[in-house]
Design a protein around this ligand. Sequence first.
Ligand code: SF4
Length: 324
Amino acid sequence: MTGPLLRVKDLTKNFQVGGGFLSRGADVVHAVDRVSFEIAPGETLGLVGESGSGKSTTGRCILRLIEPTAGEVWFEGHEVTALDAAAFRALCRDMQIIFQDPFASLNPRMTVGAIIGEALTIHNLAPTKRAFTDRVVELLETVGLQAEHMRRYPHEFSGGQRQRIGIARALAVEPKLIVCDEPVSALDVSIQAQVINLLEDLQQKFGLTYLFIAHDLSVVEHISKRVAVMYLGRIVEIASARDLYATPLHPYTEALLSAVPVTDPKARRKRIVLQGEVPSPMHPPSGCHFHTRCPIRKLPLCSTEVPPLEQKRDGHWAACHLRS
Ligand code: SF4
C-alpha cells in the first residue's frame, strides 16, 4: 500500500474523575490533547514521555481499548473511530498490543498454550485440534520458547519469557500493527536488549509496524525510525530518530536526552535537571504546558500562547515559540 498504515488526527481523551451524583463537581483529566501522527507500513515510531504524559492512553485509544473523546484514527484507509462494534472486531485482528507487565496481562489459571491459542479460536484460525497445536508450537518457537512450554503456567516463567509469551499471543492473529506499550520497562536491562532484538527480528520477518511506547529515550533509540516526545498530553517534538538524538529542538527533549547514559565521554551531554514536578494533567499550565519548568521560557509569551507543532526543519517538528 502507499500512504501511512496508521494515521492519528487530533486524538483527544479526557477522563472525568471525582464528582458525585450526575458528575457535578467532577474534575477532568486532559490525558491526550489533539495528538496527530502517522506511521508508514513497516516503520517503528517511538512514543516517549514521563509517567502521565498520555502515551499509553494514546496507544489504548488507537486500539479502542478506551474510547477517545474526540479525533480520528485511520488504519489502512478505514476510520477506526467511526466503525461499529462488528466492523471493528473484524479490523482489530490486524492491530494488536503487547503490555508492559507480562505477568499481570497473562491469566495465571490458563496454560501458555491456551493463552497463545485463545485468539486462534476467537478468529477461527485453527479448524482442528492438530492445527491449533501446530500453530501454538510454531508461535512458541518463533519467539524463542519451546513446544513443551505450552503445557506450563505463566508463574513458571521468568519476566523475559513471560514477555515472549505476550509477543507470541499478539503474533497469533498475524497482525500488521503492534502497539508495544512499554514492553521492556518491567525487565532487567540485560533482558531488555534481548526482547528488543526479538521485536526487531520479528519486524523484519513479518513486515510488522510498531508504535513503541517507552518512558526513556535510550530504550527507543535503536528500534525507532522516528520518535515523538509527549509532555502533559501533547506531542512537543517529532523527528527522525537520527535528527532528534543529534539535534533536539524542544527544551524538554534536551532535558530527557541529557539523562540518557552514554559510554563515549565525547558524546556526553551536559545534564539538564528540570525544576519542579510534572504538573497535574487535571490542571495543566496555560500556554505552553512546559513553561513552568522550561529553562529558556519567555514570559508572558510562553504562558499565554500555545506553541503550535510546526515543521522547523525537513521532517523535524517541534512545539516551541523560541526554537526554529
Ligand atoms: Fe519553553 Fe516557551 Fe518553548 Fe515552551 S514555548 S518550550 S516554555 S521556550
